[in-house]
Design a protein around this ligand. Structure first.
Ligand code: 2P0
Length: 330
């Protein structure tokens, strides 16, 4: 019998992944960049047991048994096993996978990135695989490849049709910018109306703006924000982050029929952040929105108290949760 347990972080993108050039291999149209949150606060945790006594493979997610033959799970397992030494005894044993997320449900954050990163990392430990595995995590969920690493992470879109070069790399470790904080403003914790997967598929099929983004915008933004992160230049980081979130949602609106993820409260938060920055005479706070109405706010520790008090005054009904970015896998 062999048992492994791993944890993996949630990540929040500042340059967004939206649109695939290959649905099967989950290859993106553009590079993206995110920060991984500290696993102390929010993470996915997976235990895998392999035993010659197990009669079949089993998978539990948050205590509920799941089917073992979903295409994305099968693709990850197949890809991992293809890199494994077939002479290892556990190669022939059946496995039981037990995964759970410890996120506060109210945060309404996507769990697939941390979940698949954790699953693939745990499988790699089980089968004693060394080397790159972010390309395998990508087969579970695109954004999962970024959760393989802690700190600031770039997912390179890659050029090869096989996807072998569509991998994540770390730009800077978690302790590089220790003053950085993320606050999630929970506008709504219901499940989203349409998944990221179906939303971005519809976008690639119908939006013309997405071509402009891929050809003319993202590469420069990747350079600008990487420089801002490495130089700890918050003003430039914040401006690029907000512009990229706005462009992703503009592209969602350019999708037909449109994918509307932000609601009136989300837009009111955007206005509040810009008013706050005007009052503070600089870009002190940055918002970013994923495929839902909740706002992720990037800011430095020195700004947290003042910004939270303004948010509480303007939106007394919002549950603000502060998350610290930190280290990732053990
Ligand atoms: C991101 N999102 O970069 C963007 C911003 C949502 C908005 O990555 O189809 O769940 O499984 O590859 O990874 C969500 O997309 O989609 C996502 P699939 P995934 O974080």
């Amino acid at each position: 019998m062999k048992v492994v347990t791993c944890v993996a972080p949630v990540n929040i993108a500042v340059i967004k992944y939206w649109g695939k050039r290959d649905e099967e291999l989950i290859l993106p149209i553009n590079d993206s960049i995110s920060a991984s949150l500290s696993t102390d606060i929010m993470c996915a945790k997976t235990t895998i047991m392999a035993s010659p006594l197990f009669k079949e493979n089993k998978f539990w997610l948050n205590g509920k048994e799941q089917t073992f033959d979903s295409p994305r799970l099968s693709n990850c397992i197949k890809a991992i096993r293809a890199r494994c030494d077939g002479a290892l005894p556990q190669f022939t044993w059946n496995i039981s996978i037990c995964s759970e997320n410890n996120f506060p449900t109210a945060a309404g954050l996507a769990s697939s990135a941390a979940g698949y990163a954790c699953l693939v990392y745990a499988l790699a430990q089980l089968y004693e695989i060394k080397g790159e595995i972010s390309d395998i995590a990508r087969l579970g969920s695109g954004s999962a490849c970024r959760s393989i690493y802690g700190g600031w992470v770039q997912w390179h879109k890659g050029d090869l049709p096989t996807g072998a070069d569509s991998i994540a790399t770390q730009i800077a470790p978690a302790d590089h910018w220790p003053e950085m904080r993320i606050i999630v403003l929970v506008v709504n914790d219901c499940r989203k109306k349409y998944s990221s997967t179906s939303g971005m598929k519809k976008t690639t099929e119908t939006s013309t703006l997405i071509q402009h983004r891929a050809k003319n915008v993202v590469d420069q933004r990747i350079k600008t924000i990487t420089k801002a992160i490495l130089n700890k230049d918050f003003e430039s980081f914040a401006e690029t982050t907000m512009k990229d979130s706005n462009q992703m949602h503009a592209i969602c609106m350019d999708t037909f029929p449109p994918c509307v993820y932000m609601n009136d409260t989300s837009h009111a938060i955007v206005n509040l952040v810009h008013s706050y920055n005007e009052y503070r005479k600089g870009q002190k706070v940055a918002y970013t929105f994923d495929a839902g109405p909740n706002a992720c706010i990037y800011l430095l520790q020195s700004e947290v108290e003042q910004f939270i008090s303004v948010v509480n005054y303007v939106f007394p009904q919002l549950a603000g949760v502060e998350y610290y970015r930190g280290l990732s896998l053990p």
